[in-house]
Write a protein that binds this ligand. Sequence first.
Ligand code: AP5
Length: 191
Amino acid sequence: MASCIVVLGPPGSGKGTQCAILADELKYAHLSTGDLLRREVASATPLGQELKAILASGELVSDEVVLGLLRSGMEDSLAKGAGFILDGYPRSVGQAELLETLLGELGVELKVVVSLLVSSDVVTERILGRAASDSSARTDDNEETIRKRLTVFMEKTAPVSDYYRAKQLLSEIDGHQDVSSVAEEIRSHVR
Ligand code: AP5
């Protein structure tokens, strides 16, 4: 049975960084809903135009759109015989329930849910640092939108941890450590 790993955490907590490391080590596909959405925006389709404004606002995109993009990413990985790591999904309890149904349909086991714990001050500093060093900065990497993204995280995504804790799938990790220490801790939960 193919496996799936979920990595949760606030904006800038290191989800993308850690999922890339883990995907490379496990030979899993790295499915980032943020990257899938940004790719759609870059393709300049009518849907991409709609998504552009939502991403720049820091609000969540509709469950229907995100699930559609994610499902094709999952099907592609399964066709190649690979499991996958979800980066940025689920972002609400509703999405966690949709994921459970989808994994059931695809015959995939949810192995572990890793939650990176990082303070709002540290994630803000990291995101602003990324914006300052990257000439193609993201439209949501500015102080006002970071505040919005953090509010959305607290209201909608934080309860997802309780959902998985109740299912005994949650592993919480101190994400303030350096990248390799966080990766080492994640490895110990994934083995
Ligand atoms: P998404 O792309 O998922 O963005 P995010 O959750 O805001 O997270 P980031 O990509 O900013 O950070 P990260 O946690 O991946 O950290 P990273 O490794 O990059 O989503 C963007 C938007 O898309 C959402 O706001 C929403 O609109 C929409 N969306 C996405 N998913 C959705 C869904 N499921 N439903 C609805 N809408 C959805 O690291 C950040 C920085 O810190 C980097 O510079 C990195 O080098 C550095 N860093 C990483 N780890 C460390 C460390 N340990 N120490 C020091 N620096 C570190």
